[in-house]
Write a protein that binds this ligand. Sequence first.
Ligand code: PAF
Length: 280
Amino acid sequence: MKIFHTKEELTKYLFSTNIKGNLALVPTMGALHDGHKSLVERAKDENTVVVVSIFVNPTQFDNQDDLKKYPKTLDADLDLLHGISDDILVFAPSIDEIYDHNVKPKTYDFEGLDKVMEGAFREDHFNGVGTIVELLFLLVRPDRAYFGEKDFQQLQIIKKLVKKLELPVKVVGCPIVREPHGLALSSRNKRLTKTQHEKASFIYQTLNTAKSKFGTKSANDVKVWVEEQFEKNPHFKLEYFEITDAETLTPIQKKKQNLKYRAFIAVYAGKIRLIDNVAL
Ligand code: PAF
């Protein structure tokens, strides 16, 4: 496995290698788990060369404490990648290497996709995501890039970024990987206490019940029901629950036939913020 720490080393290698077939990029912030593993395995299956980037991107954190406490487990990450394949290329740069002492996000117009949910609650989050993803796309120039649907809003925003900047990369969304009790895998799960972790199956269970209620009830009734469930639960604090058009992410006003909807949730377990979503 080759590990690159600078942009120059990585691009030199990529441009001097005669790649027969497709080049894939799997951008990550490290603390890799089985969700990332599924992205990398799929990228390996579908492409000749796979680059995995590991970089905790400071410009997408609105909360400095969350950034400070974000798990950093490079050795374990490399072991996990090694277990998938020996010929993965890893790009693990420093903050200075990426931002050159100017740790600021660019500003993008995501045409409203960033004004709801994560974008509404985390200032500049998607500008930070756009900044790093654009930089990685321009550096690696992948044919395909793989992202998890756990960050479904991020996935839609990256598709918009690619379209607006006319970048020749196919953005591939991959299904959420869950623990046996239903909690969506996330690097932040490592920070949950044992009890929080056990109880966290409540989030997915509530989403699933909301999904079945949505068959017969209005979006507003479902929303009120979800809010009530969280008010009764001492372990979690609901930040938002939204049902939106799956494409535009506009919160639903009135249910329409032939439209695809999705339910999104953000919850605090103590100071740890968890998100999840399901197709309706
Ligand atoms: O989903 C993530 O881990 C990050 O937001 C990403 C896409 C790697 C950008 O830092």
